[in-house]
Design a protein around this ligand. Sequence first.
Ligand SMILES: [Zn+2]
Length: 150
Amino acid sequence: MKMSERDRAAAAGMAPGAITARGFLGSDERALADIVAADEEAAAALGLDLGAAADRLAELARKGEAGLGEPVTVEGRWLVRSEESRGRLPCPWRDGFYHKNSVSVEALEGGERLVFSELSLHLLREHHFCQGEGSPFRLDPAALKRLLGP
Ligand SMILES: [Zn+2]
């Protein structure tokens, strides 16, 4: 797939050391548009709405804030740890700044665990960008489905 100028600039911002130390692409060498297209396809095959998944994770993160940085059980199904952070990070597509908080959500049943920030959820919701394969913050569609359930 041909890369737009906007995607080219975003991809540069995703390299390690540009916006975050580890970057957003992990070990993934595919073009940004190809990563997004593959994850949209995988999500569709799973019946997973990426925007709805982002909203659900944001809701779990908010509920986890009650733990003030310690893990809390949310809705009897997840162990959530929400850690606040002062700093904010720009979206690589340059359409806003987002808290670089760290949230961990673990399913009590099955043990699936994902770690994300406010920026990760924005990338998922607005850009359908789950981050590259090998990124520690990748929100893989199949993992999202396992974590959030039907
Ligand atoms: Zn953005």
